[in-house]
Design a protein around this ligand. Structure first.
Ligand code: FDA
Ligand code: NAD
Length: 435
């Protein structure tokens, strides 16, 4: 007979949100055996951003247990022992293949049934693959993606196996920019390929992108814009040897890394829960339309109070905070109490080479760029504001100190009026410092 296990609370997904949910449950008070975290990964929750940064360093690379949650936000590191000390069941290497929200049952690939009173869905995203678009040869060896630690290990092995070779990075978003830098630091000859006129178009303006493209070029990264990969060549072993582009060019490659976006993992719940904007629709406490079922992190489409709009966010800060909010709301409702509605200020960041940027708010409206944005500068430091309806909506800063980053966060939250955009450009960071 197949096994059955019951928990008061089940968190499905042992990623960033899963780990921060566990910490919040422990903070709020938990009896041993009440909480289970189910994850298809083999390791306890960790700070996923490390995989595209420190994990790939040629020297002194980050490795577990060094970056288990919650170190990424300056908290205590939750080692596997922490979960057992708290009586939290960490059920690893376990993929849930069926969810039935009516009978409150999750079934694993090996047939174990997990029942729950309260469920938090924290399944995150999966990568979009080139094979999804039928790109010829997309399954050749050394065509790699990056989402989980297993992928990162494959990447590390490929870097070792193809030492100093040629790498083509497909995609000009977060993965594209961070991985091109990581491969370059590992001494690969790197070419980036993306369809848009500039990198990271979902956030960067042409001005901002020009700095990064110039900086990358100075580091030796070649950039091919306005085209996509339509096929691959391989050798007799099936190892990739070249990338064929739509514009007819062919790029030699020993490794290909693909970062063409992610898709929230909601399939288990299709037709059982309300969806919106590609994610699972929640209220400001991350509860779905099914009572007792919550969704957090990448999969949640939630009310962004600041902009009176439903949004989904695929970034780590929100994964952490949404998980904490859901657990606080669950625990408060058990006591007949309530918590404040989630009031999130969007925060995105990235680090590559010696660069480090932060962005807060909403990238809508007109933009002004300020500061030292010459890619050849020994110490570049520049920023940008987004101005809509005469108010600052978003702020970006490259090379800011922790205090300066706090200041731009404040300006995006306060949305101060702007009388004169030219004046704002001249004042630059000083404008934010006065708020
Ligand atoms: P997350 O993906 O962290 O966790 C989901 C977990 O659920 C995984 O462990 C998965 O295996 C598990 N799971 C899914 N389906 C399952 C099933 N059916 N059964 C069992 N388990 C299942 N953001 C940022 O702001 N700054 C940054 O620098 C970076 N850097 C970065 C690098 C890389 C390489 C990636 C892939 C992503 C980032 N991000 C980021 C994005 C950030 O990491 C992401 O938004 C959060 O990890 C989302 O947290 P979740 O907990 O929602 O999903
Ligand atoms: P992304 O959406 O940031 O970028 C995808 C890029 O691929 C875009 O430039 C897009 O136009 C391009 N593209 C689309 N189709 C293409 C094609 N056929 N050929 C070439 N390029 C194509 O997604 P990503 O970089 O893959 O990141 C995946 C996930 O990981 C996202 O959720 C992201 O937020 C997260 N992530 C975040 C960070 C960070 O916040 N610093 C770092 C790494 C990953």
């Amino acid at each position: 007979m197949s096994e059955e296990k019951h928990f008061k609370y089940v968190v499905l997904g042992g990623g960033v949100a899963g780990g921060y949910a566990a910490r919040e449950f422990a903070k709020q008070g938990l009896n041993p055996g009440e909480l289970a975290i189910i994850s298809k990964e083999a390791v306890a929750p960790y700070e996923r951003p490390a995989l595209s940064k420190g994990y790939l360093f040629p020297q002194g690379a980050a490795r577990l247990p060094g970056f288990h949650v919650c170190v990424g936000s300056g908290g205590e590191r939750l080692l596997p022992e922490w979960y057992s000390e708290k009586g939290i069941e960490l059920i690893l290497n376990t993929e849930i293949v069926k969810a039935d929200l009516t009978s409150k049952t999750l079934t694993s690939a090996t047939g174990t049934a997990f029942t729950y009173d309260i469920l938090i869905i924290a399944t995150g995203s999966s990568v979009i693959k080139l094979s999804d678009f039928g790109v010829q040869g997309a399954d050749f060896n050394y065509i790699l993606y990056l989402r989980e630690i297993d992928d990162a290990d494959k990447l590390v092995a490929a870097i070792e196996a193809k030492k100093g070779g040629k790498a083509v990075v497909v995609g000009g978003g977060y993965i594209g920019l961070e991985l091109s830098a990581a491969l370059r630091i590992n001494n690969f000859d790197v070419t980036m390929v993306y369809p848009e006129p500039w990198c990271m178009p979902r956030l960067f303006t042409a001005d901002i992108a020009a700095f990064y493209e110039g900086y990358y070029a100075n580091k030796g990264v070649k950039i091919v814009k306005g085209t996509v990969a339509v096929g691959f060549d391989s050798d007799k072993k099936g190892d990739v040897t070249a990338v064929k582009l739509k514009d007819g060019r062919v790029l030699d490659a020993d490794i290909v890394v693909v970062g063409v976006g992610a898709r929230p993992l909601t399939t288990l719940f299709k037709g059982q829960v309300a969806e919106e904007k590609g994610g699972i629709k929640t209220d400001g406490f991350f509860e779905t339309n099914i009572p007792g079922v919550y969704a957090v992190g990448d999969v949640a489409t939630f009310p962004m109070k600041l902009y009176s709009e439903l949004r989904r966010v695929e970034h780590v800060d929100h994964a952490r905070k949404s998980a904490e909010q859901a657990v606080k709301a669950i625990k408060a409702s058990e006591k007949g109490e309530s918590v404040e509605e989630y009031d999130y200020l969007p925060f995105f960041y990235s680090r590559a080479f010696d660069l480090s940027w932060q962005f807060y708010g909403d990238n809508v409206g007109d933009t002004v760029i300020f500061g030292e944005n010459d890619p050849a500068s020994p110490k570049p430091k520049f920023g940008s504001y987004w101005v809509k309806d005469g108010k600052v909506f978003g702020a970006f800063l490259e090379g800011g100190s922790p205090d300066e980053n706090k200041v731009i966060a404040k300006v995006a939250r306060v949305q101060p009026p702007v009388a004169d955009v030219e004046e704002l450009r001249k004042e630059g960071l000083q404008f934010a410092c006065k708020i």
